[in-house]
Design a protein around this ligand. Sequence first.
Ligand code: IPM
Ligand code: MN
Length: 359
Amino acid sequence: MEKKIAVLNGDGIGPEVTAQSIKVLNAVAQQYGHIFHYKEALVGADAIDKTGTALPSETIDICLDSDAVLFGAVGHPKYDSDPSAKVRPEQALFGLRQALGLFANIRPVITYSGLQHLSPFKASHLEGVDIVIFRELTGGIYFGEKHTSDDGNKASDECVYTRPEIERIAHLAFKLAQGRKKKVTLLDKSNVLETSRLWRKVVQDIAAQYPDVTAEYMYVDNAAVQVILNPKQFDVILTENMFGDIISDEASVLNGSMGMLPSASVGNGTALFEPIHGTFPKAAGKDIANPIGSILSAALMLEYFGLKEEAQAIRDAIDWTLQHNFVTKDIDPMNFYFTSTIGDLVSEYVLGKIPGAVK
Ligand code: IPM
Ligand code: MN
């Protein structure tokens, strides 16, 4: 198979974790006889420094011309402390999500037995947790009209949803649930918000088309508790943009580290794959960041290309590193390995260079 992959490293630890994914993708290409063409493009604070804008039009063109996008992270502390900054690295993400029509952000949350001894939760609490979060990504409060009054003392962010925006992601969630434990839980705040009431109504309509799937409805504040208290009750979670942003960060605690979680953003054309973590500025350039969120995102990319066996080989490799305590500093601060070492080990496993590795 031959594929074009746009590589958007971005800021902070983005470049170093993405480099490990490329290493692993190259191992997959070599082992399974595929050809991946990479094209790097500027994004985030890096792009602002070099071009004055967070998302140069050339970057959008490169993404549109690719089969998939591998994304690192964007953001820089100098913008966080300046609320009046007009140009911000995060604008690149919103621009890309819109330009590529990435309306569904899919975040799988599983737990690893190799990490359970380091978790604040009991092993029995974590065993068998397997959740997929569908976060709507191009609507809601993130994309509504924003306003700040001239005197700067009043601000508003509008939250808008339409029926088709809800229907298209709901279909994806119900279809995935059909091949899993057949349950979709919609998280909303329909006791308060009109947009949530629309979500509930539309999802009820869609649920009727999937009689084999159980639909459940839960207020998001309760869900914030349930995800920690009884995570095994969830199969597929479906929710709007901002609730999904928050609940997926929270759910990552189950897994051990935010650095472990991958995501796939899909829509009308080119899909984008990125770890859910941010730029982790304190770790940037030190070779200590956890590359697994990015490497698992690359595995999701391969699955999206239809390369199931290859994606599984990466997952097996990651299981193996965790079982043998080859972990980064976020997971075990006393006994850790470097970012690049994890990338090397996963690649070697995929290449069958580690005794006991498949093939
Ligand atoms: C994410 C991130 C972004 C978001 C930020 C960086 C704007 O937190 O992808 O989850 O809120 O969507
Ligand atoms: Mn987030």
